[in-house]
Design a binder for this molecule. Structure first.
Ligand code: SF4
Length: 324
């Protein structure tokens, strides 16, 4: 497996107490495969990504357990220099907000070119040519001219393409994209997703897509891990999960996607709010919001049950949920 995360645990020490942000996450992705990690804000998905990338703010964050095996090596055991080298050349990340991730006072050509001068020792002239090639590859029109433009001269969708180009520059084995389309409108979202899927196929990269929107990943993901209160509560191949979710939280998320065949019917919403990570409910952390909750759910933490081929659910009543 390209990336194999095992029992990862992260906590944050705050003035109000210890926030248990990631509580034993196990997941993985192979070369050429896309894993979508889905959850509401505060579910721990971005913190998991930051821990994998080695960009967690420490303190206040602290990795308290687990392994992050990338090509068989545990990234958590590498020194900072080696970690930085892996991060530049083999692992890349795309952030949600391209405008604040790009340097406003440098042209996009300089920023893209820097990847090649710093990491590949290329001359400025060759690096500029590579920057144009990359901008062409992510379909930025008139790349030869626009390579001299600054980030603010591009639309949101084009800026996100530049971020993708930067992530792709060194042809990493794995890209982690944290909500890459959240700030974009719906048609541009689809174009950016299609581009990511196409590049993943072409370069046989692993792709981890972090999102709060089940609708966005349906066509591009191979498998999905659903996070809640710092745990993966369901993981499954994408088709199985959409056809018959095995966890009430996943079912709630699916039911809250607007659908044309349900016109005129009120849109479902998962009741209540996600819990504070400073005070995670006892037993199953989803019990205060769960329509299937019973007494045992308030006291006993559900283990991850194997519910099918490549499928797991952290619900005592997964059979009932599967039946719908
Ligand atoms: Fe709901 Fe209980 Fe299943 Fe948790 S274990 S998801 S509370 S039915």
């Amino acid at each position: 497996m390209l990336l194999d995360v095992r029992d990862l645990r992260v906590e944050f020490h705050t003035r109000d107490g210890v926030a248990h942000a990631v509580n034993g996450v196990t997941c993985g992705v192979d070369a050429g495969e896309t894993l979508a990690v889905l959850g509401e804000s505060g579910s721990g998905k971005s913190v998991t990504a930051q821990a994998v990338m080695g960009i967690l703010d420490t303190p206040p964050g602290r990795i308290t357990g687990g392994e992050v095996l990338f090509r068989g090596r545990d990234l958590l055991k590498l020194g900072e220099g080696e970690r930085r080298r892996v991060r530049g050349a083999e692992l890349a990340m795309i952030f949600q907000d391209a405008l604040s991730s790009l340097n406003p006072v440098l042209t996009v050509g300089d920023q893209l070119g820097e990847m090649f001068t710093v990491h590949r020792g290329m001359s400025r002239r060759d690096a500029r040519a590579k920057a144009v090639e990359l901008m062409d590859r992510v379909r930025i029109p008139a790349a030869r001219r626009r390579v001299r433009d600054y980030p603010h001269q591009f639309s949101g969708g084009m800026r996100q393409r530049i971020m993708i180009a930067m992530a792709m520059a060194l042809e990493p084995a794995l890209i982690i994209a944290d909500e890459p389309t959240t700030a974009l409108d719906v048609t541009v979202q689809a174009q950016v997703m299609d581009l990511l899927a196409e590049l993943r196929r072409e370069y046989r990269m692993g792709l981890v897509l972090i999102t709060h929107d089940l609708g966005v990943v349906a066509d591009v993901a191979d498998k999905i891990a659903v996070m809640y209160a710092g745990r993966i509560v369901e993981s499954a191949p994408v088709r199985d999960l959409y056809r018959a979710p095995a966890h009430p939280y996943t079912r709630g998320l699916l039911d809250s996607i607007p659908r044309l065949d349900r016109k005129g019917r009120e849109l479902y919403a998962v009741r209540g709010l996600p819990p504070s990570l400073l005070d995670i409910p006892s037993g199953c952390s989803f019990h205060p919001r769960c329509p299937l909750a019973r007494d045992v759910c308030r006291t006993d933490v559900p283990p991850l049950y194997e519910v099918g081929r490549g499928r797991e659910s952290a619900c005592h009543f997964w059979r009932e949920c599967l039946r719908g």
